[in-house]
Design a protein around this ligand. Sequence first.
Ligand SMILES: Nc1nc2c(ncn2[C@@H]2O[C@H](COP(=O)(O)OP(=O)(O)OP(=O)(O)O)[C@@H](O)[C@H]2O)c(=O)[nH]1
Length: 416
Amino acid sequence: MTSTTTSPAVTTGTGRSATAVDTLRFATAGSVDDGKSTLVGRLLHDSKSVLADQLEAVERASASRGQDTPDLALLTDGLRAEREQGITIDVAYRYFATPRRRFILADTPGHVQYTRNMVTGASTAELTVILVDARNGVVEQTRRHAAIAALLRVPHVVLAVNKMDLVDYAEPVFTEVAAEFVQYATELGVPEITAIPISALAGDNVVEPSANMDWYGGPTVLEHLETVPVGDDAAEAPPRFPVQYVIRHDGVRHYAGQLVSGTLRVGDEVTVLPSGRTSTITAIDVLGRKETAACAPQSLTLCLADEIDIARGDLIVPTAAAPLTTQDVEADVCHLADRPLRNGDRVLLRHTTRTVRAIVKDLHGADELTANDLGRVTLRTAEPLALDPYSEVRRTGSFLLIDPADGATLTAGMAR
Ligand SMILES: Nc1nc2c(ncn2[C@@H]2O[C@H](COP(=O)(O)OP(=O)(O)OP(=O)(O)O)[C@@H](O)[C@H]2O)c(=O)[nH]1
């Protein structure tokens, strides 16, 4: 088993076997010092997913600080220090695997800019682990993390009530915190919540069940991560194929990209948006092999029966299940940048592989949005966009607003 890290971007979808069935994408969230780094370190360590040389380095560093047990937070904090230099959105993706499943963890630090980091990390996650300190219970940031998970429609939320060792592993402490969170998050619309009492430091209920909490009968964090159902959502949603490249080969045009949701088959009647031209799929090619069908999140090329003008940024969809195209966009947003977003601002809107000019029409009661603000925005785009409601297709329902002056990311949006 191995663990590696890259920063800041991750791509998926080169093969279904590698991503759709066996892989859980998840994120962590918590206030400063709730124990995120320790939990991630413990997960990697106890599931033996960490590289031996990394662990040795941690043991050396802990010893040099006079600690005799390894400080597992060092496993992630070391990586974090590296990536904090000059990366705007501070999310690193860590890959690890157990015999049952592969994991992609969007690892985000909890101190500054927590909202934008969580939004970035959780936006493609199927599960978010929200940590609380058992001594403090549900605090303002916990509620904010729950709100973001609800906004991003993360399908599964784990409430990890950490530091149970500091409250004598007392069941009533856990029960009270869990009940408060479940009520709050359920009202926000979080669909599934699993609360787990843990000690990340001592390893209780992280990988192995805890002897200190025999009153708890549920899964450990790793058991839950390994068994929570994943992967079907994207494949079952309506098919959406944003074109990345057009390749001419043997006089035939091939359209290359990642199928971000659904299944496409040879013979399907499709519409190209925003033009609205229609055609039929004549060939699908996945990793150099001819296929009769492909499903999200596979990367593929396809050919159409008719020569129509298609360019990067166009969206190919089944004619029977096409989204509406519009120039008026209403969205829930999270503002990410330090510079504010104001009414009348001219921005670029990046939606899948397409970028269009847009103007901020209405901030719905707010004068401006500043970093980490959640809000609602109405935009008018210069060209029509084929936008799904985020609740139906996450990938084609989300977009970013970009500052045209320097290309900086301003705001993450989820279409309503
Ligand atoms: N007693 C006890 N201490 C813990 C536990 N988990 C973490 N800690 C300690 O709490 C402190 C903060 O842990 P971190 O893992 O660095 O917290 P974090 O949430 O990653 O904090 P940031 O890195 O600032 O985001 C460290 O001193 C840990 O050793 C636990 O289960 N029990």
